[in-house]
Ligand binder design. Structure first.
Ligand SMILES: Cc1cc2nc3c(=O)[nH]c(=O)nc-3n(C[C@H](O)[C@H](O)[C@H](O)COP(=O)(O)OP(=O)(O)OC[C@H]3O[C@@H](n4cnc5c(N)ncnc54)[C@H](O)[C@@H]3O)c2cc1C
Ligand SMILES: Cc1cc2nc3c(=O)[nH]c(=O)nc-3n(C[C@H](O)[C@H](O)[C@H](O)COP(=O)(O)O)c2cc1C
Ligand code: SF4
Length: 638
């Protein structure tokens, strides 16, 4: 595999082409938690580990960035040493500033930028334009971190210049309207970035491996956003300046989901489109990010010479052992990132340490791991959704005797319905991963086996884990709700319902919206009815929500009524209440997507008779992350 071939960034030789892309992690800076998190990824086989730090300029100091000072220099030295012990290299990404995308500033209260342009979060808030002294001060803060990096024995530095953050604010004519030497021509707009490059070259030498992360194209309509023509000019300028590798990204905050493509982005990402073009105009290596953690996608990009290295962020959160599994030809055992963004970026944005929906150990490498149990127990798991499946894997790895019962003929639980739409197939990768793990671990599974109190007691387990999920909500007091023309979204996704041409979906949360998008390619006309003032009222990470909303808005076969209450269902229409009036919407079929309710009758029936732990949706319907996390907690507690 090309992914596993050696590669060079300047003089720095990497054992393979897999790099842990920088991810803000919000832990203890470089303390034990962060140390173990990074070392786990070096141990897992990545060739280069990149950790981001803030330059800590007085203009702004976003609390989510790791701090690197003389005080924790010894910790970074130890980290470099321990990463090296696994044959990997260690790089630091230095972030000069966030600029107009931060909701606040430090010195000036408002976000800072190259020019007084509207801030990203509030168009009425005008950014503070940095003075030349403040630019120089920021460069000096960057210098401090560069010197520290060199002292710590760090192998490479990456400059963060992408995505509409501070350096990109200077690079882009849209946000840089200056008339001094930092504005105007591309050379002037690039001056700030070039001064940062000078710092690394002066402090560490011109041979010191230097990477620049930038967006050759923002992929935005509208004047001022960068198009690839200018991006290619920047690439050539960076090569001429002596940068050793270009890390190509795409997008900016206005379409942030391009930078961290969520589950709805299944095809090759725009990062690759840019990287391919950049590669044609430079001879230094090009690294690309954007779902490269899917080995077949990453390998194809390298084979087709669209990039030289893969920057993998979320894929190595989901499975730090991914490179080793490739070396050992165990690709089918790689836990897939599903692009949910809930365990990683959503948490970091809330100033919590990063973790991963499919890998609860991420970020808790020493504290939330499965260890061999002192006493092996007979563990019976009821339910084959993500809660039950991950509990079974964890319990087996802890050395317990495990059996899993599932009432249907398939493992996966609600994930089977969730993975049906063409834009959500990564969910199916997760189901396949679980099924294979169960098989390889030799876990006894009984399908088509509905657990009852009697059958559980007869099995005589030491402990029962209940992961029995939920049922669709169906309000009783709505006339017509039990009619033949009413089905649930889950029935529709599982192809268990006969559909007409015109459908009304009641509930425009995640399930209702995804069901609508799943049906329109089949020629269906959909009306979504939502009681709340907006669609997707539940907590969904902003990027996933933005992309899903834009898909819905683009689809002319979907009509949306918000602030609309279902009153009754008739044979060929639904009646809704909206704007204090009633409206009749003709339809062939009514699809209920009104939420889920926990289903856990066995818990009370077994109470006092056996040790029972309930996990996942049968406690409260939420998401995969909670089910997997609670399963891990349950097994650790045994
Ligand atoms: C369309 C759709 C899309 C979704 N998309 C996402 C998403 O993108 N991200 C996300 O995080 N979450 C998503 N969810 C929610 C997610 O699927 C659930 O939160 C998750 O599946 C809950 O896992 P669980 O194991 O607790 O329950 P379930 O997945 O519901 O599994 C419960 C299992 O228990 C079995 N069972 C029940 N009773 C018994 C019994 N007595 N004996 C034996 N077996 C029994 C059931 O047959 C089922 O297989 C989605 C849900 C839907 C419906
Ligand atoms: C939790 C999280 C934090 C991130 N923080 C940074 C960061 O500090 N610096 C940076 O350049 N990119 C950051 N990124 C972006 C990643 O480096 C990468 O470009 C992006 O996630 C796409 O790659 P992926 O699809 O492999 O995740 C972050 C991504 C995630 C998920
Ligand atoms: S939390 Fe979701 S998006 Fe983030 S790494 Fe894990 S699976 Fe991928």
């Amino acid at each position: 595999m090309k992914m596993l071939e050696k590669g060079k960034i300047g003089n720095l030789e990497l054992k393979n082409r897999i790099i842990l892309a920088p991810m803000g992690y919000h832990m203890d800076n470089f303390g034990p938690q962060a140390h173990d998190y990074f070392v786990a990824r070096a141990k897992g086989g990545a060739g280069l580990i990149i950790a981001p730090i803030g330059a800590n300029a007085p203009i702004e100091n976003p609390g989510m960035l790791a701090q690197f000072t003389e005080e924790n220099l010894h910790e970074v030295k130890r980290l470099v040493h321990d990463v090296h012990a696994y044959g990997a290299k260690f790089g630091l990404q230095i972030i000069p500033g966030f600029g107009r995308v931060l909701p606040f500033g430090k010195k000036h209260n408002v976000p800072v930028c190259a020019s007084p342009v509207p801030s990203f979060r509030d168009q009425n808030v005008i950014c503070y334009a940095l003075t030349i002294d403040e630019i120089k001060e920021t460069v000096e803060c960057f210098r401090e971190k560069t010197i520290l990096a060199k002292k710590a024995g760090v192998d490479a530095i990456e400059i963060h210049a992408y995505g509409g953050y501070l350096v990109d604010c200077f690079l882009s004519s849209l946000w840089n309207k200056r008339t001094d030497e930092y504005g105007g021509s591309l050379e002037n707009r690039a001056r700030f970035l070039f001064e940062l490059i000078d710092v690394v070259q002066n402090e560490c030498g011109k041979d010191y491996p230097l990477i620049v992360k930038f967006c050759p194209a923002h992929y935005m309509d509208g004047d001022g956003f960068r198009t690839i023509d200018e991006g290619l000019k920047i690439a050539k300028m960076l090569e001429k300046k002596g940068v050793h590798m270009l890390h190509v990204d795409a997008g900016c905050y206005e379409r942030w989901y391009l930078c961290m493509p969520p589950i709805y982005w299944q095809e090759q990402t725009l990062q690759v489109r840019s990287a391919e073009q950049v590669k044609k105009v430079v001879s230094i290596p090009v690294a690309v990010d954007g779902k490269m953690g899917h080995p077949e996608k990453g390998e194809a990009v390298l084979q087709q010479e669209k990039a030289d290295f893969l920057m993998i962020a979320r894929g190595l959160l989901a499975d730090p052992e991914m490179p080793n599994k490739l070396y050992e030809r165990r690709a089918d055992e790689i836990a897939p990132c599903i692009g949910c963004n809930e365990g990683c970026i959503a948490r970091v944005m809330e100033l919590k340490h990063l973790t991963c929906t499919v890998n609860p150990t991420a970020g808790r490498e020493s504290t939330f791991v499965i260890k061999k149990a002192e006493q092996s127990k007979k563990v019976l798991i009821i339910g084959g959704g993500p809660g039950g499946l991950s509990a079974a894997i964890d319990a087996k790895q802890a050395g317990h005797a495990v059996e899993l019962w599932e009432k249907t003929s398939r493992l996966g639980g609600l994930l089977i319905a969730a993975g049906r739409p063409y834009f959500k197939t990564e969910i199916n990768d997760l189901v396949s991963y679980y099924r294979l793990q169960l098989c390889k671990l030799g876990i006894k599974v009984k399908l088509c086996t509905e657990a009852t109190v009697e059958s559980i007691l007869a099995a005589n387990p030491d402990v029962v884990i209940l992961a029995t999920g939920s049922d669709p909500l169906k309000p009783k007091n709505i006339s017509g709700i039990n009619g033949d023309n009413v089905v649930t979204a889950i029935d529709v996704l599982l192809d268990q319902a006969t559909l007409g041409e015109n459908l009304v979906i009641v509930g425009a949360g995640l399930v209702g919206c995804e069901t609508a998008l799943h049906l329109t390619p089949r020629g269906k006309k959909i009306t979504l009815v939502e009681m709340q003032p907006t669609i997707l009222p539940e907590k969904i990470f902003v990027q996933n929500k933005t992309m899903l909303t834009s898909l819905l808005n683009k689809d002319s076969n979907i009509l949306i009524h918000t602030g609309a209450k279902l009153v009754r269902i008739e044979k060929d229409c639904v009646i809704i209440e909206k704007d204090r009036g009633t409206l009749s919407i003709p339809c062939d079929i009514v699809v209920l997507a009104m939420g889920l309710k926990a289903k856990n009758p066995l818990a009370s029936q077994l109470s006092g008779r056996l040790p029972v732990i309930s996990v996942g949706d049968c406690v409260i319907p939420r998401g995969i992350l909670e089910a997997v996390y609670e399963a891990r907690e349950a097994i650790i507690s045994l």
